[in-house]
Design a protein around this ligand. Structure first.
Ligand SMILES: *Cc1c(COP(=O)(O)O)cnc(C)c1O
Length: 394
């Protein structure tokens, strides 16, 4: 098992066996988190040894749940560039701004990180069929890694997702079911197949290892900034895996002695048409109310009820962070602004991060002399229709 020791419930602290496939906490139905023997892992991997490692997220293998090298599925995921955004710095009057360019991942989004690790681990534990309800990117990434593992993927997507997402899954060998409804409806139908056919459920935070894949963004940011974390990280938030994952990575790295106790302020950006975390954070709540009629062109942000809502809100409080909602018009324009200014063909969610940054600079919540990292979580290539209709039009 490498340095993975057990799973621990993020809410009640219950321990669970990591040597077999697990979903939510058997006691309270909340997300399980992977725990490692960090002392041993830290002796096996010194941070200065990383420079000899492969340029994928598997460079942090000692901090990941797949002990057996042969079980590590890779399509070149992770270790994406952290790009200094000098033109945007000028435009916004910022001193130090970076974009973590996740659009370069396999299948064009950072969902590849989570799926690479979760499907490697599932396959290692003997899973033969998996199930994933998705707004698009998670399905594509799951299809790719399932193909690589020789596992059958069953994906469930809303009928109205942009066509390229459906084509991609089919091209990658997945069985695609289109649902008249939202991601929550897809979840319901997918759950029936999980019950009836014993498929493994890979839904966000309903298994512990997608988070482990996404946490590697935190390791990479630290490594790429020479072990000095930025002041602020701006994250377009749906289910929150990346946000919660990076926060977990920072704690692990402090235990490993790789970074000190300083932490970035974590910023959640959502769309005005689906902003349950923004509302809950503003009201000082520990969990979020489900959003009644989620509506946004940024599919990754159309998550009306997140399983890990309390983890997102806890991260916001602990980091003294902020949460902000932006309009579809703003996020579409700012996705294109990333293209015009920096040569990054961004997804609408990446545009949301930039739009959120603008708003918080205006409000004085983020200062112009702070070091800031924006996450562009995916590539703009699959959104032909949106670019034709939205923003200034193309
Ligand atoms: C899924 C997704 C998000 C949201 O990520 P979470 O970890 O669910 O918060 C943001 N951007 C893109 C492109 C996505 O596919």
């Amino acid at each position: 098992m490498g340095f993975l020791t057990h799973l621990e419930c993020s809410s009640c602290g219950e321990r669970a066996d990591a040597s077999r496939p697990q979903n939510l906490c058997p006691r309270c139905d909340r997300p399980l988190l992977a725990r490692y023997d960090l002392e041993l892992a830290g002796r096996a991997l010194r941070r200065h040894a990383l420079c000899d490692r492969e340029p994928t997220l598997w460079r942090y293998a000692e901090l990941l749940p797949v002990g057996d090298k042969k079980q590590r599925l890779s399509l070149g995921e992770g270790f994406t560039p952290l790009l200094r955004a000098r033109n945007l710095e000028k435009l916004l009057g910022c001193e130090e701004l970076y974009v973590k360019e996740e659009g370069l991942n396999p299948t064009g989004s950072f969902k590849a990180r989570g799926m690479a690790v979760a499907i490697s681990r599932a396959s290692e534990l003997g899973v033969r069929e998996l199930s994933i309800p998705s707004a698009g990117n998670a399905a594509g990434a799951a299809s790719a890694y399932a193909a690589r593992a020789g596992i059958q993927a069953h994906v469930f997507m809303p009928r109205d997702v942009p066509r390229p997402f459906i084509t991609e899954c089919r091209a990658l060998g997945a069985e695609v079911t289109l649902i008249d409804g939202m991601i929550t409806d897809c979840g319901r139908v997918a759950a029936e197949g999980v019950q009836r056919f014993g498929r493994f459920d890979l839904s966000t935070l309903k298994e512990p290892y997608r988070l482990e894949g996404k946490k590697t963004m935190g390791y990479e940011l630290a490594e790429q900034l020479s072990w000095r974390l930025p002041d602020v990280i701006v994250y377009p938030t749906g289910g929150g895996t990346g946000l919660v994952g990076m926060w977990k990575a920072f704690d692990e790295m402090e235990t490993l002695g790789w970074i000190d106790a300083r932490r970035p302020r974590m910023v959640v950006v959502q769309a005005e048409g689906c902003a349950p975390m923004v509302t809950a954070h503003e009201e000082g709540r520990e969990t979020a109310e489900p959003w009644a009629e989620p509506r946004t062109v940024a599919d990754g942000l159309r998550v009306p009820a997140a399983v890990g809502d309390f983890l997102i809100l806890r991260t916001l409080r602990e980091s003294h962070g902020a949460a902000v909602a932006v309009s579809d018009d703003q996020l579409t324009r700012d996705a294109l602004e990333l293209g015009r200014c920096e040569g990054i063909f961004a997804c609408p969610e990446g545009g949301a991060a930039l739009a959120g940054l603008r708003t918080l600079l205006d409000r004085g919540v983020i200062r112009r002399d702070e070091s800031i990292v924006l996450l562009n979580t995916g590539s703009g290539h699959k959104y032909e229709q949106l670019w034709a209709n939205g923003g200034d039009g193309l």
